[in-house]
Design a protein around this ligand. Sequence first.
Ligand code: HC0
Ligand code: SF4
Length: 570
Amino acid sequence: MVNLTINNRPVSVPEGTTILDAAAGIGIMIPHLCYLRDINEIAACRVCQVELQGKEKLITACNNKVEEGMVIFTNSPKVRETRKTIVRLILSQHDCRCAICVRSGNCELQKIANDLGCIENPYNGRIEHNDWNPEFPIIRDNAKCIKCMRCIQVCEKIQTLHVWDVVNTGSRTTVDVANGRKIEHADCAACGQCVTHCPVGALREKDDIGKVLAALNDPETITVVQVAPAVRTAWGEDLGMPGDVATEKRLASVLRHIGFDYVFDTNFSADLTIMEEGNEFIERLKNPDKSRLPMFTSCCPGWVRFVKSQYPEFVDNLSTAKSPQQMFGAVVKSYFAKKADIDPSRICSVSIMPCTAKKAEAAYDNMSSAGYGQDVDYVLTTREFARLVRGEAIIPEALPEEDFDSPLGTYSGAGVIFGATGGVMEAALRSAFYLVTGKNPDADAFSAVRGMNPWKEAAFNVGGNEIRTATVHGLGNTRQLLDAIKRGEVKYDFVEVMACPGGCVGGGGQPIRDGQELAKDRAPILYSLDRSKNIRFSHENPDVLKMYEEFFEKPNSPVAHKLLHTDHHA
Ligand code: HC0
Ligand code: SF4
């Protein structure tokens, strides 16, 4: 153990502890902007400086380790003055129009500047603007970039994509797309992890709230909304609501109050995805030509973008099933329109997603199979949804809990767990077991695929066949897995990939809390919804079964192929 004092208080911590952590351990918070544990420990912002007795120069707390006998002051007059000067210098190069920033109220720079009392600023620096493609799901505004380097490091270390880099030199140093490329040509998966780790408003999603409001206010338009599994775990966070108030039933009520004509659930089409993907998997398994095994899940658009740009040799291994979001869109403008006797050209189909890549997915040319424009017209992230609720001056707590609409609002326990890493695999195995044996397994028989381990392997006996599975999340982990498959070190039949750490609950469109990883806290909500359901198998969702009877006939039928599957090469 190492003994030192911080602000005259004795501390004893293990060797190798940083000054930042040693101070935090006794409740002394040292302000910082750029630090992210294990990802960004480079003291780029200099805000965490502290005074070390006997030293003229201040030292940074996030990347300096404790030493025996150190005497540290985190808040001396010299530290306070220096920290304030540093924050003022950062502010001098920052577009400080907080009133029109999406991160206002949730911005780490705004908080520190306020806490330190930076009411006036004697410095007047240059604010750099950048050109950007306004249609790309990820928007970068360099007038707000504080050069903390978090986006560079998250994209490189967690996602292994190296989309961002430092560009220019001296006072013009900034962060932009690496190698002078345009973002649309930079192999960006659009996962949004750089956005959720940005401390300020330099990175955000493309804002589609205005388009959704226009549709809601057009009397000729019929608005249909779907809500992704993971949204229900986090929608209350940006609205300051505790979990027991921010329930999925209250979410349905809020959407109805906003004015959506039909409030449906992506969980319904998650069940539908299992019907298509489960059957497709059994077909591939039976086929003596095993060339399309392992089969990879295809519902995460960040992953699909990644495999296409980084490992095109595996594209044929993707399931051809569309994601639940896109199946839902295609069903709304075909089956549902017919059933409800609505002209599909009047429908505006909106989805609320924990994801930024879903915006890109919805806009692909081949995602218009119902024949009435895009199957999903607009995608709002969970964060945009919270802004929409605030903009409409709705107080969710004052609304009653309500059910989702029928028939596309019914779901099984298998459908809701899609939003957590391992969930798609578990849901698929529950139904694959039934397809092969004609009997239901115990609903929790495949729980080995749950949890936050980055790369989980499990083998299950399904009707005498051993099915080898892998579940991976985070694109860096995915790269390791694909490389291991290529080297012949591992062999699987079925692999689930989610681009974001923890799966959609940790998605790039979810509420932001100082770059913290919140997936582990949100996933249990989905598993408890699963346990609470009477029906826990996708193949028992009564409304999905009815839809097959009335419209699709059976999984992988010609009409199912037209509406529910896609060609990943298109
Ligand atoms: Fe997901 Fe999905 S589970 S990708 O993570 O499959 O975004 O929540 O909506 O589409 O259902 C995200 C979440 C979805 C889709 C579903 C899948
Ligand atoms: Fe990298 Fe994802 Fe950000 Fe694209 S969206 S730059 S892949 S972290």
